[in-house]
Design a protein around this ligand. Structure first.
Ligand code: ADP
Ligand code: MG
Length: 151
């Protein structure tokens, strides 16, 4: 499969990219977001929410592992950082095969629960306002979604 790279120069650019991506998603899609603290995972998720016409403000789900938002498609925002290597299953399958789009921050902590068919996104800090965003689609659907972002 291909990988796709984008450079963004502000948080707004990252949100715009995510918002364009979101408009191509469908129920049951799973996206993972990898990157250090402050890389822009939650910022990217805010952009996804914009693209799904979610009006509520998306914040980092620090004290809850999953937050659900209503939009054109529901958004399940997961920050599984607190699960670390606990291997606790909080019913991930219900989300991953549900009617919404799942977004997982810190996916490495729950890799055994992740479906193979997903879009992996890595966000790399370049400088204060620059990020390199690398998309790795695992199937044709996500490859098509990524290709559309190039135009
Ligand atoms: P994470 O969820 O990965 O810990 P956040 O999204 O909470 O990261 O924070 C990213 C921070 O970096 C925000 O303060 C955001 O405004 C800032 N930022 C600066 N430039 C960018 C960019 N190009 N893309 C995303 N965030 C950026
Ligand atoms: Mg975050």
């Amino acid at each position: 499969m291909n990988t796709y790279e984008f450079m963004t120069h502000s948080d707004e650019e990252t949100k715009t990219l995510a918002s364009r991506l979101a408009r191509q998603l469908k129920p049951g899609d799973v996206i993972t977001l990898e990157g250090d603290l402050g890389a822009g995972k939650t910022t990217f998720t805010k952009g996804l929410a914009n693209g799904l016409n979610i009006s509520r403000t998306v914040n980092s789900p620090t004290f809850t592992i999953v937050k659900e938002y209503d939009g054109d498609i529901p958004l399940y925002h997961m920050d599984v950082y607190r699960l670390e290597e606990s291997e606790e299953d909080i019913g991930f399958d219900e989300y991953f095969h549900g009617d919404g789009v799942s977004v997982v921050e810190w996916p490495s902590f729950i890799h055994e629960f992740l479906p193979a068919e997903r879009l992996d996104i890595q966000i790399l800090y370049v400088s204060e306002n620059e990020r390199k965003i690398i998309l790795k689609p695992a199937n044709e659907h996500f490859d098509h979604v990524c290709k559309e972002l190039l135009s």
